[in-house]
Each structure stands twice: as C-alpha cells, then as structure tokens.
Design a protein. Structure first.
Length: 424
C-alpha cells in the first residue's frame, strides 16, 4: 500500500508530511469492520468484529515492516527498530474498540495515524536512533467489560490482572475467556515495560476547538473526577389524599437538588456536573416517592477546587433537604486525581504545531484515555483534533480529513523529534 500513492512528504520549511489520501483510505477500511446499517460502529472489545479489525491491523503493521507482538491483555505492539537498540522506544497509538454504537474516529485516528507515521518514514527512508512502537490498547472504552482502560491499566500495573480477567460482560462471559477465544492472548513478557515518551493523537470529543476555530489541541492533562451517589429518603403517601403542603416527596427534593447542582456548575469555570442515572421508589403513579437515588459525575482539572466543590455539593444537598423535609446521604463511589502531562512533550507538541503553522489551543481532556496510565511510566502528551459539533460515541461523530491530516502531520513531526533524542 505504501507505493500506491505519490505523496508530498515535505513542507515549505522542511517539516515532514503524511499522505492524506492513504490515511483516509485506511480509516475508511476500518469504518467498514463492525459497521451498522445506521452508519456507526459496533466493535466491542474482543468480539468477532474486534478480532477482524485486529487481523487487518496485523496485516498493515507487518506490511509496513514492523515486528508485531501481543501481551497477556491483548494489547498489540508494532515495533520499528532504531539504529541504537539500547535506547527506549517512542510509543504512539490509541485503541480500535468502540462503543456499542460508536463513531469511526474515536481511537481509530490515533492508531491509524501512527501507522501512517511509520509508512511515511518508510517512504522517505528515514532511520531514527530510537525504536518506534505503535500500540493498540485493549478495551479502552469499557463498553463490554468495565472499567475502561483495562488493557493499558493491566499492562502497566495500574489494574489487577486477576480483577481484569474475572470481569464479566452482560452475557456473563469472562474477559479471560473472550481473550483466549479471540486468539489475541499473548505473553506477560511482551508487555510494554518502558518508553522514552508516549504520544496519543485523538479526536477532542467536545466542542472547544471548533468553537475557538483551532485545528489542534495541545492537551495539558486529563481532568480529575469523582463519581458520587446521593440517596434521598422521604415518606411514601397516597397521591390523592395527601395535601401538597407538608409532603416529604423524595423525587421533588431530588429534582430541586439536581437543578441546584446544575446552576452551581454553571457558576464555576471549567466545572462539569452531570446526573446521568436516577432510581425512584416505589416508582408507581399514585404513590408519593419515598426514596430516590441518583448519580453525580463531577469533573474539574484542579484537585483543590474539586475538594471545595464536594463541600459545596454537600451544602446544596443539606439546604435542599431541610426545605423539603427529607433526609439524604452522599457517598463517593470512585474518584481520580487530575493527570498532568509532561511539560517536555507538551512543549514539543506546541513547538512543532507552530512550525507547521497550525492554530493550536491548550486544554484539558474531559474524557479519560490510555495516556492516563502511560503517564505513570513515561513522559506523555496528547494531541486533539476537532470534533464537529462536539459529537462522539455516536453516528454523528465526525472530524474532517483536513483536520485529521493536520493531526497526523503533527504526530509525524513530534515522533521524529522525540525519536531523534539520543540520551538514554
């Protein structure tokens, strides 16, 4: 495939350029594997569709001259040797699994742009001191097996192998069983144990770059978050014979809480609060609700700010409970601190974007990515390209070929610069 298209590989200032036509054809091939009649992708981790995509990736990697290995979580690696085998590799990539009805760019742009980087180096006969490794992480999405980021988390020791292997999908199939049946259960010895740097190109999955008319996002890190659970307890009474005054309606109280939380979030810069799940008891039309449980997803990139937000949330819940004559409890189900990416890699990304004359903006990722785990072992950075309308995890997910090309060009030049660094 490398010889199918002529390519302009050098910019006016000597920056390298990828072959946009070849990259978009590769992405289009991916979009047909697991495609639904609605135009989205159904390619859950370790399903037949995922296996078909993996097999295609192996073909592409081997055709590009890479040595392909797989670890005990199914993470796939394609290695291009450097001129100095003693040097740690530069790692680039993302994931190829999707949501149940996901888009064709989420994760895919990162892996296949990494492939295009290698193809371009091959076209130019470029040799680097450092090895370059393309990675496809298993089950980034967490759509079939929860939690997400299992492949990267397991391989890097952030998550327990036993816990991951014992995870079951909705049909009761264990992760380990699906991994063995996929044919992509490799060896623990093949895990990625070290790297000089990791760079992940990804679609933004939000509207910021488009709104600011920027083609590149230099990601500062992944914002911290907390998953909270609120339980509101009132009293069940007859819907017809109980006066409106004096009711202890748990649903009315929780609705007021949710509205107040939303208004509070709007008043704090960069704060995101989402209530995505709610359970009502007894959940019948003619009984005043006695109990309501709802989730709160809270995100902010400032860890100290999040601590203050928790206190503010507790006050909102307390004040609303008193006004409505109900009781409440607030529990933290999970929390994670903000991940701040490497200053070195962020600077390289920003400098190379400037050299390419790309308009770039600095932002934090609102979603989690495999780069979160990679940042625990090496200098890590992420490049975002715009998502039209901020849409993702659905058929409407779209990033233009021009923006994908710019992201891939930036990844190419960042990889080249990092792979040229000779210090161990």
């Amino acid at each position: 495939m490398n010889g199918m298209h002529s390519a302009k590989h050098k910019g006016v200032n000597g920056e390298m350029r990828i072959n946009q036509t070849r990259l978009m054809e590769t992405i289009e091939t991916s979009s047909k594997i697991g495609a639904t009649t609605n135009g989205d992708l159904h390619r859950l981790a370790l399903t037949h569709e995922d296996v078909e995509m993996r097999t295609q990736l192996v073909h592409w990697l081997e055709t590009a001259g890479l040595d392909v290995t797989v670890d005990d979580f199914g993470n796939m690696y394609g290695k291009r040797e450097g001129t100095n085998p003693e040097l740690a590799p530069v790692v680039i990539g993302s994931h190829l699994d999707t949501q149940p009805y996901g888009g064709k760019y989420d994760g895919v742009v990162g892996v296949l742009s990494a492939l295009e980087v290698i193809r371009t180096f091959n076209d130019e006969g470029v040799k680097m001191p450092r090895p370059i490794v393309i990675v496809n992480f298993t089950n980034e999405e967490g759509a079939r097996f929860a939690p997400p980021l299992q492949g990267s988390g397991g391989a890097l020791g952030e998550l327990s192998k036993t816990d991951i292997y014992d995870t079951e999908d909705q049909e009761g199939t264990r992760f380990e069983t699906a991994l063995v049946e996929s044919g992509y259960q490799g060896k623990e010895s093949e895990r990625l144990t070290g790297a000089h740097a990791f760079v992940e190109l990804h679609i933004e999955q939000g509207p910021v770059l488009e709104q600011k008319q920027k083609c590149i996002g230099v990601v500062q890190g992944i914002q911290g978050m907390a998953w909270l659970q609120v339980h509101v307890k009132g009293e069940a009474d007859h819907a017809g014979s109980t006066p409106m005054s004096g009711r202890k309606d748990a649903l009315v109280a929780s609705s007021a809480m949710i509205t107040a939380l939303s208004r509070y979030a709007e008043s704090v810069e960069d704060l995101h609060i989402t209530v995505g799940r709610q359970h009502v008891h007894p959940n019948v039309p003619n009984v005043i609700p006695s109990e309501v449980t709802f989730s709160v997803d809270m995100r902010h990139h400032d860890d100290h700010m999040r601590t203050g937000v928790i206190m503010a949330i507790r006050k909102i819940l307390s004040d609303t409970s008193k006004r409505n004559g109900v009781e409440y409890t607030l529990d933290t189900n999970w929390h994670g601190d903000t991940v701040h990416f490497s200053e070195k890699v962020k600077n390289v990304i920003a400098e190379e974007a400037s050299a390419l004359q790309y308009d770039a903006d600095q932002l934090y990722s609102g979603a989690s990515h495999d780069a979160k785990h990679m940042s625990q072992i090496t200098d890590t950075g992420m490049i975002f390209v715009p998502s039209v309308g901020g849409k993702s995890h659905q058929e409407a997910e779209y990033t233009s070929a021009e923006d994908i090309e710019k992201g891939a060009n930036l990844l190419l030049n960042v990889t080249k610069r990092l792979a040229k660094e000779k210090e161990i």
